[in-house]
Design a protein around this ligand. Structure first.
Ligand code: PLP
Length: 361
């Protein structure tokens, strides 16, 4: 079934920033995608409209109880001028998974995928073309029922906004310093760790602030029970190479099923690298750091693709990884993913989809 997406164009297009001035998530395009849910009626009225503010009753439930989920993906303009989305279908399915975790009614995943194409198609001129730049797409669902009772809302709004973003690495891939914390935790099995939800981000802020105060870039999260097993880094998935094995924590209830994580594991397997999705403790990692078998460590996520870890701190001890440089495997993974995203290399797994630019009326 194909639901029509209606389009109302803006009469007041904004000036577009030049590619060199772009940062992250500060300017937004001319349009947004909207769709509403009402109990009894279901999801309805998918539409592209001029970008603008919402008016909300102060008793709108999302403002009180945080029933909100989101996702994040990117559109890339290749040297061939074509615009490609990276793994749009997987992002659409994950948004629905996040919805399910927060008792938000799921959407038609194909319509969600088409919502990405529709908004990028209408705002295609906003997809920057300087190397490393992209259009960040932020689909979000919020509870919009006006009520203070604690129960799943009967009304929701799905919206998609887009922001042209600059290159994450303006001067080449750069390693970060991370601090393992056993003071704070981000998720427990049975909780919301598997969902991309506002609450997880709110819960991460105090730990992040403390890490920064100690001179670190990011927090390395440990499991909530024993505070030993490695979980994620900041808001990225974590991987490390110890000897010849690449290890990443399993999707066992606390970890977000990252699209970048999944793509990198696939590439490593394609290349014949030994990959283990298994529990690994901070003690094991520190020991590997001391005995020289910890070769590389990196975070994975849409914003950065990979974020190499140059230094790991834990209980006052510091381990320097890859001499504080970007490791060879980390760099190779970065180059491979980025090559596919910009259409420069063969997309063997069919991860990208081209966005057709609509014929202007
Ligand atoms: C978004 C996110 C990631 C990375 O997922 P990608 O799909 O690779 O962008 C990892 N961990 C958390 C907690 C996240 O919110």
């Amino acid at each position: 079934m194909s639901t029509e997406i209606s389009l109302t164009r803006t009469h007041a297009p904004k000036a577009r920033p030049d590619d060199a001035s772009l940062s992250f998530g500060k300017v937004f395009t001319d349009h947004m995608f909207l769709m509403d849910y009402e109990e009894g009626r279901g999801w309805h009225d998918p539409r592209v409209v001029p970008y603008g503010s919402f008016t909300m009753d102060p008793a709108t439930s999302v403002l009180h109880y945080g029933q909100a989920v989101f996702d994040g993906l990117k559109a890339f303009r290749g040297p061939d001028g074509k615009i490609r989305l990276f793994r749009a279908e997987r992002h659409a399915r994950r948004l629905n998974k996040s919805c399910a975790a927060l008792c938000i009614p799921e959407m038609d995943a194909d319509l969600v995928r088409r919502s990405f194409e529709a908004i990028v198609g209408v705002d295609h001129e906003w997809v920057p073309s300087a190397p490393g730049t992209s259009l960040y797409i932020r689909p979000t669902v919020i509870a919009t029922e006006v009520m203070l009772g604690v129960h799943p809302a009967h009304r929701y709004t799905y919206f998609v906004i887009c922001s042209p973003v600059g290159s994450y690495y303006k001067e080449g891939v750069k390693p970060v310093r991370i601090l393992a914390t056993d003071k704070y935790v981000r998720a427990v099995a049975g909780g919301l760790g598997e969902a991309k939800t506002a609450a997880n981000y709110a819960a991460s802020l105090a730990a992040q602030r403390d890490a920064e105060r100690q001179g670190y870039t990011q927090v390395l999260w440990l499991d909530a029970i024993e505070r030993k097993a490695i979980d994620e880094v900041g808001t990225m998935n974590i991987m490390m190479q110890i000897g010849d094995e690449v290890i990443t924590p399993p999707l066992a209830g606390t970890i977000l099923d990252g699209v970048t994580r999944n793509s990198i594991l696939q590439l490593l397997r394609d290349w014949g690298v030994k990959v283990s999705e298994r529990r690994i403790t901070i003690d094991e990692v520190m020991e590997a750091g001391r005995n020289g078998t910890l070769r590389e460590m990196w975070g994975t996520g849409t914003a950065a693709v990979v974020s190499p870890v140059g230094e790991l701190g834990y209980k006052g001890e510091k381990i320097v990884i890859s001499n504080g440089q970007t490791g060879a495997l980390t760099q190779k993974l970065y180059d491979a993913i980025v090559g596919i995203q910009y259409g420069r290399t063969n997309d063997a797994h069919g991860w990208t989809t081209e966005v057709k630019v609509p014929v202007e009326a």
